[in-house]
Design a protein around this ligand. Structure first.
Ligand code: EPZ
Length: 438
């Protein structure tokens, strides 16, 4: 039980307080310049935090971004009985004494990545009970592939009252072929198979950099995993794992968001921590649009052109164009010369930012899972509303380039995945600040 006053309780209370009060205000038109340091990757830190459940003893994960979702993950670890807390840029987790195997609906509904406790709890304790995450703003996002994989390893899966329960006296390695490359499914099964008896083969696995980091982290704990980063991953189960110590890789989606910020304002920004190999698809589309991108020091220098060219994109799994950059790229294309077509193939409802961009003067037509954007000379600031994490980033980017003032409300969505974004943008010369909703 987390008592009031506990640091985890205080962080969650701070998040709740921020929920209803904050908006971000932008007076657009300033070209960005200078340099920005990218934070650790939310989508790598989350599976790493849950991987600590696989080992008795104290794990330490550093370069962890200060985000709502991280606070939620730390709170969940504490609710399971682990001793978890943030110490400056690191999170320490002592998972020696786990008292519960249940992730409640209250927590899972705020962060669907909580389902990533299924694999570790099932592998270490033979039992896990997690609320089904339900849908979210961008789509149904089922976890059938996760459950199919656990059953292949010998787990018995039951669903009742909105919860999924997984039990297994022993997990035995198996061959698992995913219907589609699923990031969370690959992560959950990597963690479960690490302690299964014998060999597990994941086919049609996700190939994201976050999968590679999780595999390297598990191997540093004593696991035997080969092939992460490719579509076929081999895992030889072991008896037990040691605690984890690692630094989270930089956030390629935050880096991509700042690359678009430099491009859309016609700026010149050094993005420290950006890794070219994690961004090839985005870089190639930005260059096609006329943006200059060069490797420099420990990052990428991005120079936005006076005139942007319209380009088409089609999101897909890594190494294709990332769905998590689709909304941000659309904000860029609202200012390009010509028409561009953006097709979203990963999620079924990831155009929630379109109507808000239209309020700012964007000319966008939705046609099924595609949007056609006809570039306009100038967008105009307006009060707009965030609906999900990357849509809120898209509205911030549009506001940076628009004339007059843009107010983005409900930015608790933004705080889930971007660490102090308004402070980082202000340090690059943007006229942007956070204030309380009146
Ligand atoms: C991860 O979500 C990311 N979240 C998402 O980032 C990202 O958009 C997504 O991968 C795709 O890259 C984290 O890493 C915490 P999936 P995840 O399983 O694992 C379908 C952000 O903005 N599917 O790869 O939930 C699913 O519906 C977030 O940071 C099934 O049908 O994504 C989707 O259409 C948003 N059955 C597609 O696969 C399953 O069992 C990809 O989902 C699993 C997935």
């Amino acid at each position: 039980m987390i008592m009031p006053g506990n640091p985890v309780w205080l962080a969650a209370a701070r998040d709740r307080k921020q929920d209803s009060l904050d908006k971000i205000v932008i007076k657009g038109g300033m070209p960005l310049s200078g340099e920005v340091q990218i934070s650790g990757a939310k989508n790598s830190a989350l599976p790493l935090l849950f991987a600590t459940l696989l080992a008795e003893g104290q794990s330490t994960i550093c370069n962890v971004p200060d985000l709502r979702d991280i606070n939620t993950a730390v709170k969940l670890l504490c609710e399971l009985g682990a001793d978890a807390s943030r110490v400056e840029g690191c999170v320490r987790v002592d998972a020696h004494r786990i008292e519960s195997i249940e992730a409640s609906y209250d927590l899972v509904k705020t962060m669907r990545a909580s389902v990533l406790v299924l694999g570790p709890l099932l592998a270490r304790f033979g039992h896990a009970r997690v609320s089904l995450p339900g849908g979210c703003a961008i789509g149904a996002r089922p976890i059938d592939q996760h459950l199919k994989g656990f059953e292949a390893l010998g787990a018995e899966i039951t669903l009742d009252h909105g919860y999924v329960e997984a039990r297994a006296d022993k997990l035995v390695g198996a061959k698992i072929n995913f219907d589609m490359p699923t990031v969370g499914g690959t992560e959950n099964l990597l963690m479960a198979a690490a302690l299964a008896e014998g060999e597990t083969v994941l086919e049609n696995a996700a190939r994201e950099p976050e999968i590679v980091q999780l595999s390297e982290a598990l191997n540093s704990m004593g696991a035997r995993i080969e092939g992460a980063g490719t579509a076929v991953i081999h895992i030889q189960g072991v008896e037990r794992l040691q605690p984890l110590s690692c630094d989270v890789i930089s956030d390629r989606i935050e880096a991509g968001t700042f690359m678009v910020a430099a491009a859309v304002t016609g700026g010149n920004v050094l993005i420290r921590g950006a890794v070219r190999a994690h961004q090839e698809a985005l870089i190639s589309k930005l260059v096609e649009a006329g943006v200059s991108i060069e490797e420099e020091d420990d990052g990428l220098r991005v120079i936005g052109p006076q005139t942007l060219r319209a380009v088409d994109i089609r999101t897909s799994v890594f190494p294709g164009f990332p769905t998590d950059m689709q909304a941000q790229f659309m904000a860029l294309m609202t200012r390009a010369e010509g028409s561009s077509r953006i097709s979203e193939t990963v999620f079924e409802n990831r155009f929630m930012h379109v109507c808000e961009l239209q309020r700012m003067g964007a000319e966008i037509l939705i046609d099924g899972n595609s949007a056609v954007i006809r570039g306009v000379e100038q967008m105009t600031g307006a009060p707009v509303m965030a609906t999900d994490l990357r849509a809120s980033a898209s509205l911030i980017l549009a506001g940076l380039a628009a004339e007059n003032t843009t107010e983005v409300s409900r930015i608790y969505h933004l705080d889930r995945g971007y660490e102090k974004i308004e402070k980082k943008l202000a340090a690059l010369g943007a006229n942007i600040w956070r204030e309380q909703e009146s």
